[in-house]
Design a binder for this molecule. Structure first.
Ligand SMILES: *Cc1c(COP(=O)(O)O)cnc(C)c1O
Length: 367
């Protein structure tokens, strides 16, 4: 691949490839099941989809030939109403994923350290080397709570510039205690809190702290609660001093016209979407109760739209395969602290009915 004329970065040439989740079509073909009959509970997507008003608005999407508003001005006004954070401190991106990259671009000079707290969302450590950051892992405890003292030590030892946290954490589902965040905000580092699932949690958003602390960044997304994962729209709540610099480095047209419109229509249909969020929380609670009653699953308490389980008495890979044969796709891990773990997203009531039926069959050892 690399020769005298084509000299790509050596670290990327030798890097192993990131494996995203298998597409539904590939899964369906492998299992011999029609894609429409698969129940996809592996990526925490919203099974209800977007607001019907979004579908209507996008069917009549105007001005596709014109570049989008680089400032996402109208959307940021609506996000200001939604979060209580002034629009001047909100920046939109093509998903929260883009904002993670933007933050790394803004802070990192080659070799700078970021603190990562696995097991957590893989995108932080995946992106770090691409922006020449060194990710230092400070593992969560057995109950997945963060180890504040160890993070404090690591920040000091490495003069870390960023601490990236996820709350509720993906994949464990727990919220970080606000006292823990408060303690970390005293550090000489910027604390980034990814709140992709905060709409499913009871309280706990740090949005009210943005502006009080010069070193707190909160990331949010419309992918999960608003059902817009496929359109790529997220946003960050930032300290005022960072905003001019973020505007300098942001791609001008990062948020496309469809995503911008869909997000605005969603925020105007907020009561409808909140009701769906409540429905998903009820389905998650059903899962937690049902899993706890099964001899081979030990669920961790969740504040998100998914439940992480320790699988007991059978291999987690085997359990995943049994679900797959029944057309249900779950997320399986083979990582430190997640040994024998399976994460299952909350589905529609009918999907959860079917899942529980399959689990009862597995319990009788009939699969
Ligand atoms: C799904 C997810 C995201 C992705 O957000 P996008 O806005 O779709 O890029 C970010 N963080 C966490 C923890 C997630 O699980």
């Amino acid at each position: 691949m690399t020769n005298e004329k084509v000299r790509i970065r050596r670290d990327i040439a030798s890097m192993s490839a990131y494996t995203p989740t298998t597409s539904l079509d590939v899964f369906a073909e492998r299992l011999g099941i029609a894609p429409g009959n698969l129940i996809k509970l592996d990526a925490n997507e919203n099974p209800f989809g977007p607001s019907p008003k979004v579908i209507e608005a996008l069917a009549a999407l105007p001005n596709m030939q014109v570049y989008p508003d680089p400032e996402s001005g109208r959307l940021r006004e609506l996000l200001a109403d939604y979060t209580g954070v002034p629009a001047e401190r909100i920046l939109c991106g093509a998903g929260a994923d883009e904002l993670i990259e933007l933050i790394l671009q803004l802070f990192i000079e080659p070799g700078d350290v970021i603190i990562n707290t696995p097991p957590t969302f893989a995108m932080y450590s995946f992106n770090a080397p691409l922006y020449h950051a060194r990710a230092v892992d400070v593992y969560r405890r057995a109950d997945f709570s963060i180890d504040v003292a160890a993070i404090q030590q690591a920040v000091e030892r490495h003069s870390a510039k960023l601490v990236i946290l996820c709350s509720p954490n993906n994949p464990s589902g727990d919220l970080i205690a606000s006292e823990d965040i408060q303690a970390l905000l005293e550090l000489p580092a910027t604390i980034v809190v990814d709140e992709a699932y905060i709409e499913f949690a009871e309280g706990g958003s740090l949005e009210r702290w943005v502006g009080e602390y010069p070193n707190l960044i909160v990331l949010r997304t419309l992918s999960k609660w608003a059902g817009l994962a496929g359109l790529r729209i997220g946003y960050g709540l930032f300290p005022r001093a960072l905003m001019p610099h973020l505007w300098k480095i942001k791609q001008p047209y990062n948020v496309n016209v469809a995503a911008d419109l869909a997000a605005r229509v969603s925020l105007l249909d907020i009561e409808f979407l909140r009701e769906r969020v409540r429905q998903l929380v009820r389905q998650r609670q059903r899962l937690e109760v049902a899993f706890a009653e099964l001899p081979f699953l030990a669920p961790y308490p969740s504040q998100a739209n998914f439940v992480l389980n320790r699988v007991d008495g059978m291999s987690a890979a085997d359990f995943r395969d049994r679900l797959a044969r029944a057309g249900i796709i779950a997320r399986y891990y083979q990582k430190p602290r997640l040994e024998d773990c399976i994460r299952i997203s909350a589905g529609t009531p009918a999907q959860v009915d079917r899942l529980l039926e399959v689990l009862r069959t597995i319990a009788k050892n009939e699969f």
